[in-house]
Design a protein around this ligand. Structure first.
Ligand SMILES: [Zn+2]
Ligand SMILES: [Zn+2]
Length: 352
């Protein structure tokens, strides 16, 4: 079986039709086992080669007893879930790959891994950050989206999930570059209104729109969809928000907490959640408010630019939140943005 075959078979397994994903088919254990096995493997690799694959803030944690115990638990759970899937499921692919990933991590030294390699350059890829990011965001949002889904029929591995996970990977790998330009918001409201204006500019200025169109090309909304953003847009946003922040010196810890909150909040407003949140939606941006920003309908064009406070859209006359209604679909009319990470990276630069 070639690598290409295996990849296609794995994709078919992850995207299996509903009856083959039901409780008791070994799908849930297979997916959990594979995800935990790969997350554990990524963490062990970053513990072995911290100079290349670990964020300095996290590599300080690697020697911590609790961190090691956490990695051990991830690997053991990943292995156990994979074995359960092998017992339950007709196709052995998910279980085998999950078990192999966990065993490979054990062979590399498992949770006891000390650093192996010297660190010749100050550059690194945030592999440990990617693993923890997917683990914790998934642990928070997958159950939430299952308990109260907006679109119950939408599976976890829906159309274009691979692109969006790749967006996660790129942002995590580039965490060093992004941290360099993003020192964090100073005055909350000033920053929020600057972001709203910036967001508006991304819609109104044609060449900026070509970048932002990538974010709006998502045809499915869930916790993964928020990650879809052109790399240059992320850079521009971070660079321009940093200017007011430099003026007011906030403590680094406060800044990091703020960045984490903004990140979780952005994931939340894209999530496939049916929560209507009346009253709250008058004060704060909710999933339904931001879903309308992504809506395919005519009425959804150029509305709801606010990231935190809908008040700004009320002031600008761009507030749109019809009672109890959700958009019928998402994306840009005619769906001009191509599929695939690299095609989307090049999209703004293409001649039209
Ligand atoms: Zn937008
Ligand atoms: Zn969005």
């Amino acid at each position: 079986m070639s690598l290409q075959d295996t990849r296609q078979k794995l994709r078919n397994e992850l995207e299996a039709p509903a009856p083959l994903r039901a409780f008791g088919t070994g799908w849930i254990s297979g997916v959990a086992g594979l995800a935990l096995g790969l997350i554990g493997l990524a963490l062990v690799v970053s513990m072995r080669a911290p100079g290349q694959f670990a964020m300095p803030e996290l590599s300080a944690l690697h020697a911590n007893h609790w961190f090691k115990l956490g990695v051990l638990v991830i690997l053991l759970l990943g292995f156990a879930a994979s074995v359960l899937s092998l017992a339950l499921r007709a196709s052995k692919l998910l279980g085998t790959l999950g078990a192999v990933a966990a065993l490979l991590a054990a062979l590399l030294g498992g949770s006891a891994s000390p650093a192996l390699t010297p660190d010749p350059t100050p550059l690194f890829l945030g592999l440990d950050w990617f693993a923890l990011n997917v683990l914790f965001t998934g642990l928070i949002f997958i159950p939430m989206e299952r308990i109260s889904p907006l679109r119950a029929e939408q599976p976890l591995f829906r159309d274009e999930w691979r692109e969006d996970i790749f967006y996660y990977l790129v942002s995590s790998f580039m965490v060093q570059v992004l941290a360099f330009v993003s020192f964090a918001p100073a005055k909350w409201v000033a920053a929020a209104s600057a972001l709203v204006s910036l967001h508006r500019a991304f819609h109104r200025v044609p060449w900026l729109w070509n970048f932002h169109a990538v974010h709006h090309s998502a045809q499915h909304m869930d916790w993964m969809a928020g990650a879809r953003m052109h790399f240059l847009e992320i850079l521009i946003l971070r660079t321009l928000t940093v200017i007011p922040m430099f003026a007011l010196g906030f403590a680094p810890t406060a800044v990091n907490v703020y960045i984490l909150l903004v990140y979780l909040y952005s994931t939340f407003i894209h999530a496939n959640l049916s929560w209507r949140l009346p009253v709250v939606d008058q004060l704060l941006v909710t999933p339904r408010f931001h879903h309308w920003h992504h809506g395919i309908e005519k009425e959804a064009i150029d509305v709801n630019f606010s990231i935190h406070f809908p008040l700004f859209d009320r002031l600008f006359g761009t507030h749109y939140l019809p009672k109890d209604k959700w958009p019928a679909g998402y994306g840009i009319e005619g769906h001009p943005v191509p599929k695939g990470y690299w095609a989307q990276l090049l999209y703004p630069f293409r001649r039209r």
